[in-house]
Design a protein around this ligand. Structure first.
Ligand SMILES: NC(=O)c1ccc[n+]([C@@H]2O[C@H](COP(=O)([O-])OP(=O)(O)OC[C@H]3O[C@@H](n4cnc5c(N)ncnc54)[C@H](OP(=O)(O)O)[C@@H]3O)[C@@H](O)[C@H]2O)c1
Length: 241
């Protein structure tokens, strides 16, 4: 993997890559990094999943970003579609992997799925009082750390993570959750892998959000290239003036 931005250079080793993707030091509040892979024509899936867009470089960065995070935040749609399991590797500097925190208004998750059965740490299920009680109880019995919030808005979701000291947030999508975060202006960073292929079809793009959401300016702060794959890093633009 070679850097093009901030300055062109030779191959990056593991330490260089970790430095490239370092979270800001000394965070006292959640910092939301979102990670997605897309095709060159903007598709977020091939045949309904992201796997068809993957590559060795994308998987390497996907894994590294998890190792740098305190928590992996995902929408229930992604957890269901991708049959999520717990993160494997510990967060760097600790001996436990980051928990997966799932946002699900319905609590419609399978307690027998890998999210609950194949994980070193309990998944956090962020849900609502309106979700059927028996579902919530089944998820708790399966080992889930089930939390009922008043609303599943980004401010309350992030406040719950902050309450647990989980400040380095890695959101792995999907488009609906990303859309909510953008509408709430809660996104600090986007890591976007662009796969060199044209997916065609009717796949959506990386955000599905409410109409009328304001465009959020971002600064391009990192570009890595590997075999035609671009790994872009955008950070919330500094306020003008
Ligand atoms: N290319 C990539 O990098 C990438 C990354 C991630 C996902 N994906 C793909 O994206 C698809 C899934 O994305 P999606 O957009 O359908 O689902 P999603 O964003 O993962 O999850 C949406 C679900 O989250 C829950 N939710 C609760 N509060 C919410 C809120 N405030 N905002 C948004 N969601 C909230 C709801 O769950 P309940 O229905 O349980 O109430 C909602 O149905 C899959 O096909 C997956 O493969 C691709």
């Amino acid at each position: 993997m070679h850097p093009l931005v901030p300055s062109p250079g030779g191959p990056l080793d593991d330490a260089d890559l970790a430095a490239h993707y370092a979270y800001p030091a000394g965070l006292a509040a959640p910092y939301v990094r979102v990670n997605f892979v897309t095709s060159a024509d903007g598709a977020v899936t091939v045949d309904g999943r992201s796997g068809g867009l993957g590559s060795a470089a994308d998987r390497q960065v996907f894994g590294l970003l998890r190792e740098l995070a305190d928590v992996v935040l995902a929408g229930a749609g992604t957890v269901r579609a991708e049959n999520y399991r717990g993160a494997r590797r510990p967060t760097r500097g600790t001996d436990t992997p980051p928990p997966i925190a799932v946002v699900s208004g319905s609590a419609d998750l399978d307690p027998a799925s890998r999210l609950f059965t194949d994980t070193a740490v309990p998944p956090i299920v962020l849900t609502l009082d309106s979700a059927p009680l028996d579902r919530r109880e089944r998820l708790a019995a399966a080992g889930g750390d089930v939390v009922v919030l008043e609303r599943l808005t980004p401010d309350l979701v992030l406040a719950e993570l902050a309450r647990r000291g989980l400040h380095r947030v890695l959101c792995e999508g999907g488009p609906a959750l990303f859309g909510s975060l953008v509408a709430a202006d809660a996104v600090d960073e986007l890591c976007l892998t662009v796969a060199p292929l044209l997916a065609g079809g009717t796949a959506g793009r990386i955000i599905r959000g409410p109409e009328g959401s304001h465009p959020r300016p971002m600064d391009l702060v990192g570009v890595l290239e590997d075999a035609g794959i671009l790994l872009l890093r955008y950070r919330r633009a500094a306020p003008i003036g």
